[in-house]
Design a protein around this ligand. Structure first.
Ligand SMILES: Cc1ncc(COP(=O)(O)O)c(C=O)c1O
Length: 381
């Protein structure tokens, strides 16, 4: 066992006024899903992202589930998703009774390969679900164009991209837009490792008034306003609590500072790791502002070790890491259901085996970051 102090892969940043807000919510007695903080949090987050409505829910997973369910898909309808993502994306499609269709990752941004999406559109395609991977925006313009051309919905999964920005260049104008502002609806997670956290939690954003009202009903057991306990739709119990929202409201006030901190971490890692020619580092495309939610690295094919061995050796030096996603086409639970038979996505497969992410928490110090980089240099030399 190493005696070196442990460097966690992520830790939340919680300040005194956030603790005070949570205490205030508890003391007020508004501890369930009614209370002033919920409305404040939904309004503040939607406004920050440039959206009309925010509907808070229990997690990023349930946010995706409701966003997809609200599309009223029929069996055989298809939703195009990246293979290189979390299983929540596929679950939302399967649970809506539709068919997930995969595209491989882009080797540079690690987000869905937008050139690949057009090739997967069929007469049954109903929606595309772009996911901004590890804080770098997905290239949205080609997807928005495709959606317009084919009449498709876009469900934007921005769970990892709070405050990230995308330079949209459609229609001859260039506009920086925050992730979470695109498409039919967008979803966020506020899990403890996210840039803004409520412990557990999520939100769906939309500009569509009717959709927002429907999502509010769906998350609340589809109670009818005119007669409680009388249901004309099957809903879910996916309500966020006022206590969670109290934490969220105070966190949103600091979002600018938190984004800056993440970008500092990303730039500092790049500076210190740039000379290691065995590594591929995260990109920031000219049309993107990456928040480096998690700082991923990929071992080049000529590196003599794989990501698992690097992670194990970093662990003995007190450095905690996480492996990259395993593509959906490599998931036994999905293959057993007859999905993605014989599908291969070489970029995703390589990322899975060669990639991992480094400590990226908001409290990571310059000294800790340098220690991580020295440990990597030592191992790869
Ligand atoms: C891209 C993406 N989507 C959805 C989720 C699900 O969020 P949650 O853990 O809040 O359910 C995550 C979680 O990390 C995620 O990374």
């Amino acid at each position: 066992m190493s005696t070196l102090a442990h460097i966690a892969v992520s830790e939340p940043s919680i300040q005194q006024d956030e603790i005070d807000a949570v205490n205030d919510a508890v003391r007020s007695g508004w501890i369930s899903s009614a209370g002033a903080y919920l409305n404040q949090f939904e309004t503040a987050w939607a406004a920050y992202c440039g959206r009309a409505h925010g509907v808070s829910v229990t997690s990023g997973t349930t946010a995706l589930e409701l966003a997809v369910e609200a599309l009223d898909l029929q069996p055989g309808d298809e939703v195009i998703i990246p293979t290189f993502t979390i299983i929540s994306c596929v679950l939302a499609v399967i649970r809506a009774g539709a068919t997930p269709v995969l595209v491989d990752a882009d080797p540079i941004t690690w987000c869905m390969d937008t050139a690949h999406v057009a090739r997967r559109i069929t007469s049954r395609t109903r929606a595309i679900m772009p996911v901004h991977i590890y804080g770098h925006p997905c290239d949205m313009d080609p997807l928005l164009d495709l959606a317009e051309r084919h009449g498709l919905a876009i469900i934007e999964d921005a769970a990892e991209a709070h405050g990230a920005e995308y330079l949209s260049r459609r229609g001859g104008t260039s506009v920086w837009q925050r992730c979470g502002s695109f498409g039919t609806s967008s979803t966020f997670s506020f899990y403890a490792n996210k840039l803004i956290t409520t412990g557990e939690g999520g939100m769906i954003l939309t500009d569509d008034d009717a959709l927002a009202a429907r999502l509010r009903s769906m998350r609340n057991l589809a109670f009818r306003a005119d007669r409680r306990f009388y249901h004309t739709e099957l809903g879910h119990q996916y309500r966020m609590t006022n206590i969670q929202a109290a934490l969220g409201v105070s966190q949103v006030r600091r979002v600018g500072e938190l984004v800056k901190r993440k970008r500092w971490i990303g730039e500092a890692y790049r500076e210190q790791l740039a000379d290691l020619n065995m590594l591929e580092l995260p990109t920031e495309e000219p049309w993107a502002r990456n928040i480096y939610w998690m700082y991923g690295i990929v071992l080049r094919d000529d590196a003599k070790i794989d990501a698992k061995e690097l992670a194990d050796r970093l662990a003995t030096r007190g450095v905690e890491t996480r492996p990259f996603f395993v593509g959906m086409h490599e998931q036994p639970a999905l293959l057993e259901r007859g999905l993605f038979k014989d599908e291969h996505c070489p970029v995703s497969e390589r990322l899975t085996r060669r990639g991992l992410y480094l400590p990226s928490g908001l409290g990571l110090t310059e000294i800790q970051l340098s220690r991580v980089c020295h440990a990597i240099q030592e191992i790869l030399q």
